[in-house]
Ligand binder design. Structure first.
Ligand SMILES: Cc1cc2nc3c(=O)[nH]c(=O)nc-3n(C[C@H](O)[C@H](O)[C@H](O)COP(=O)(O)O)c2cc1C
Length: 189
């Protein structure tokens, strides 16, 4: 049985990115996967401390906070979903804390080796990013995050929800919810 882990990066419970992500998670359950979700805003966590403990003392992050359970779950998953609203052209601070802590997934000499990742190969990852701006050219930051996770060995996908201002907007966007269901199939194939 495949395992899908979803990391929710919006502080808004039930908001746009979460609505789309939960549709994906529900579809993944229907397809037979086990699923686990983490809402970062409800957890006590920090960003990367830059201590290099994951390169010099341990093969995992040495910071002891709630992020540990998220990092462990993602490392053990077959498929990962990361979600965030766009805040001032970037991902939320909560999700950025997670992204920075994934530095611990890299081996010490990651720039000098053909396999920089400590993770098992074959994992898939999808980014779900929502924004108020309806223009496709605004805040197209998914590619740069896909690059980061490709470097760690993930096969990556992304879904962007444009023109989603009010927290309930995504619930009325059937095409995005359908895209989320299709993404569940890709992540678990
Ligand atoms: C602090 C803050 C900053 C935002 N910055 C942007 C922005 O730069 N561009 C944009 O299109 N929308 C921006 N938004 C709108 C959100 O990205 C949008 O409402 C998103 O769909 C919220 O997703 P959520 O409901 O999952 O939190 C901002 C919202 C907040 C609260």
């Amino acid at each position: 049985m495949k395992k899908l882990v979803c990391v929710l990066g919006s502080p808004r419970a039930g908001g746009n990115s979460e609505t789309i992500a939960i549709r994906l998670v529900d579809k993944a359950k229907q397809l037979g996967a086990t699923t686990e979700c983490f809402r970062l805003h409800d957890m006590t966590l920090k960003g990367c401390s830059g201590c290099m403990g994951c390169k010099t003392q341990s093969d995992s992050c040495v910071v002891q906070d709630d992020m540990k359970s998220v990092l462990d779950a993602v490392a053990g998953a077959d498929a990962v979903v990361l979600t965030s609203p766009i805040y001032f052209g970037q991902i939320s601070g909560q999700l950025k804390c997670f992204v920075d802590r994934t530095f611990s997934y890299l081996v010490p000499d990651f720039f000098k080796t053909s396999n920089p990742s400590r993770l098992q190969p074959g994992k898939k990852l999808a980014l779900i990013l929502t924004q108020g701006d309806p223009n496709e050219s605004a805040h197209n930051i998914a590619p740069e995050y896909e690059e980061i996770f490709k470097f760690m060995g993930f096969e990556t996908y992304s879904l962007r929800g444009l023109g989603l201002g009010a927290p309930t907007d995504a619930a009325g966007r059937a095409e995005l919810l359908k895209e989320a269901e299709a993404l569940a199939g890709k992540l678990l194939s």
